[in-house]
Write a protein that binds this ligand. Structure first.
Ligand SMILES: Nc1ncnc2c1ncn2[C@@H]1O[C@H](COP(=O)(O)OP(=O)(O)OP(=O)(O)O)[C@@H](O)[C@H]1O
Length: 263
């Protein structure tokens, strides 16, 4: 494998089979993928095609049963130990007894960073998601969208270059989701982070991504990789353009080709 400094994630011939009481589950098969520095990569595909599993393998929360994976040029385990990524889950997973500020700075506390530095970094992270002023609130005092922004701030607090996001806006209504998509895009353009993002939504994938990875189930595999070329400072209006509709069409075709209606 080549360890270029511009390649953040390098996956070659990666497979993962879960052994279960009902027999093996072939979650991922022969996945080849590279993610370069500064890319925004979305993973889209039907339920069960292995999107979450793929993200978890990158995060070293799950071990591949075959193939190779490097993150920042080192094995995924080493990258995890070096805190190479921030991870955002489907649900905000904030601790209800902690204020927003102390939820966001929890990873820094675990890293034994001084209180003064924690407050500064927490403040910076909350500013990035436009939640400054809400430091002393508790999670229940915030809307679902704001809670998810706080969980993004937590993932940003220790300034990892790589952000892994597992369907972070799936549970939110469409208007809030649109707004957060725009905010996330601005944040990406401003910070130049590398993002790997799982979604079920075609418009969300096309709007956010510089690269869209279309997956199909049984076993989970990549069936198309689409590079897009929209301006970094695009707004939601881009969704009305022929270029956008063309990419969305290609994603839809890929999903249709890989989908079995017998399941
Ligand atoms: N720990 C596990 N043990 C056994 N099977 C698992 C485990 N985790 C996931 N699977 C199976 O692996 C396959 C891929 O699951 P995964 O959650 O990655 O899919 P997904 O594309 O993220 O689905 P969704 O969109 O519904 O979240 C599924 O068939 C799932 O049931």
């Amino acid at each position: 494998m080549t360890a270029s400094k511009d390649v953040v994630v390098d996956i070659q011939k990666m497979s993962l089979t879960f052994q279960t009481a009902d027999g093996p589950v072939y979650a991922l098969s022969e996945v080849d993928l590279t993610i370069s520095r500064g890319e925004f990569v979305s993973f889209i595909g039907p339920s069960g095609c292995g999107k979450t599993t793929l993200l978890r393998v990158i995060a070293d929360l799950e071990r591949a049963t075959g193939g190779d994976i490097l993150v920042n040029g080192v094995p995924a385990q080493q990258a995890r130990e070096q805190r190479a990524y921030g991870y955002v889950f489907q649900a905000p997973a904030l601790l209800p007894w902690r204020t927003i500020e102390s939820n966001v700075t929890l990873p820094l506390e675990i890293m034994e960073i001084s209180r003064e530095e924690r407050i500064k970094r927490g403040h910076d992270a909350l500013k990035l998601v436009e939640l400054n002023g809400f430091e002393k609130k508790f999670p229940w005092q915030l809307s679902g969208g704001m809670q998810q922004r706080a969980s993004i701030a937590r993932a940003l607090s220790f300034d990892a270059d790589l952000l892994l996001m597992d369907e972070p806006f799936g549970a939110l209504d469409e208007i809030v989701r649109d707004h957060l998509n725009e905010q996330l895009l601005k944040l990406w353009a401003r910070t130049n982070k590398t993002v790997a993002f799982v979604t079920h939504s075609i418009p969300e994938a096309v709007f956010l991504s510089s690269k869209i990875v279309v997956m199909s189930p049984r076993p989970g595999r990549i069936i198309d990789i689409i590079e897009t070329d929209f301006a970094r400072d695009r707004t939601l209006d881009v969704r009305e353009t022929p270029e956008f509709l063309e990419v969305a069409h290609r994603v839809r075709e890929g999903l249709r080709a890989g989908h079995s209606y017998d399941d």
